[in-house]
Design a protein around this ligand. Structure first.
Ligand SMILES: N[C@@H](CCC(=O)N[C@@H](CS)C(=O)NCC(=O)O)C(=O)O
Length: 205
């Protein structure tokens, strides 16, 4: 088993999907949380000068949250078997990534005018993506299990992780989306994920 270090800040943010895949796979990793005060010194050592970054065996560094979680999903059996299955998992993940990305822009921008513009963009993204995802769950097994059928895949974990911060901002955001709510409950009910969620570090974002 390779030695994994996941570098991110002390938050769920863009790294939580990777932590959840590690938990679902029961794979140990070093969860290195960089303080904002340390970031300037760290930045130049990180490929792309951003976090998260996954380091494998102290030498290979992979930036970009989605590249990291796809790599882990391929390693530990949470990706598709065929090209078309992988494409479906990818587009579902990308939809939730878009939503989280728009949400984090509101969260990170200190300028109140720009914050309002980001909020507008985020609301538009929610109106576009959430009904689409609610319908997409019906693709297999009438939407009674996971996006790709009976097995939990990366896209299901992404649906859980990407909506965590938005749901703190607006706990009612899924009121018209019962299938997304049900799917998230099934992800959280996975025994390995549920154990992780109980013991994980509690943070603001
Ligand atoms: N597309 C990238 C975005 C990474 C990103 O925006 N990371 C932020 C934290 S969430 C960061 O490193 N900010 C520090 C900086 O820009 O100096 C990903 O998904 O990994």
């Amino acid at each position: 088993m390779p030695a994994y270090t996941l570098y991110y800040f002390n938050g769920r943010g863009r790294a939580e999907i990777c932590r959840i895949v590690f938990a679902a796979a029961a794979v140990q990793f070093l969860d290195k949380r960089i303080k904002f005060s340390e970031w300037n010194n760290f930045k130049a050592k990180m490929p792309g000068s951003m976090l998260p970054v996954l380091e494998i065996d102290g030498k290979t560094q992979i930036p970009q949250s989605m590249a990291i979680c796809r790599y882990l999903a391929r390693e530990y059996g949470f990706y598709g078997k065929t090209n078309i299955e992988m494409a479906r998992i990818d587009y579902i993940c990308d939809c939730f990534y878009e939503l989280l990305d728009d949400f984090l822009r509101i969260y990170n921008d200190k300028d109140p005018n720009r914050k309002a513009d980001w909020r507008q963009q985020y609301n538009d993204t929610c109106r576009r993506i959430l009904p689409f995802m609610e319908k997409t769950i019906d693709m297999f097994c009438n939407g009674n299990y996971f996006f790709m059928g009976e097995q939990m895949k990366l896209c299901d974990m992404m649906c859980y992780a990407a909506l965590e911060n938005p749901l703190i901002d607006n706990p009612n955001m899924l009121k018209d989306y019962p299938k997304i709510r049900g799917l998230r409950m099934r992800v959280a009910g996975n025994p390995k994920i549920s154990a992780y969620l109980k013991k994980r570090i509690q943070t603001d974002f």
